[in-house]
Design a protein around this ligand. Structure first.
Ligand code: ZN
Length: 162
């Protein structure tokens, strides 16, 4: 994973005004109401070393019980975004391509614009044994069918990480 911290260092005032509509006032190191939880003077934006850091003695900190947070933390919280969503939006805003989910794959099959299957090294793919069909050996599950279900499992994983 490309380090999102390197990408965003020094750019938090821009990112936070763009994504969270923070005002220049809210991006200054001055005690004031918190953009997340209000109040009167519980919040300030100190942007330490360009990290977008801020402080709220009501909702900052790891447990949101008061303390410091990072710019990414603030951006995720003001939009209710997950880490993955926030970093994807930041990359797109900064014009940094998101690494494809197939990075590191040893083989990729493109079935359509929205569906692909990739094989990653170290994954042990082999046809799973078909269901036991004792006494009915003529109708055992064909191997091809088993491997298809293994492969679509991988495809599912890739799609869910998009
Ligand atoms: Zn707060």
């Amino acid at each position: 994973m490309t380090d999102i911290q390197d990408l965003t260092n020094g750019r938090w005032p821009d990112l936070l005004s763009h994504f969270c509509a923070l005002t220049p006032e809210q991006l200054s190191d001055k005690h004031q109401p918190c953009p997340l939880c209000g109040g009167k003077d519980r919040y300030r934006f100190d942007d330490r070393d360009g990290s977008g850091s801020w402080f709220c003695n009501q909702c900052g900190g790891r447990d949101h019980m008061g303390g410091a947070g990072s710019g990414l933390d603030l951006l995720m919280r003001c939009n209710n975004w997950t880490f993955t969503e926030a970093t994807a939006r930041i990359r797109s805003y900064l014009n940094v391509p998101t690494p494809p989910p197939t990075a590191g794959a040893e083989a990729v099959w493109h079935y359509s614009d929205t569906f692909l299957v990739a094989r990653f090294p170290g994954k042990n793919i082999r046809p799973s044994p078909g269901p036991a069909t004792a006494g009915n050996s003529k109708h055992h599950q064909p191997l091809a069918h088993s491997s298809t279900s293994q492969i679509s499992f991988l495809a599912q994983r890739i799609r869910s990480s998009l």
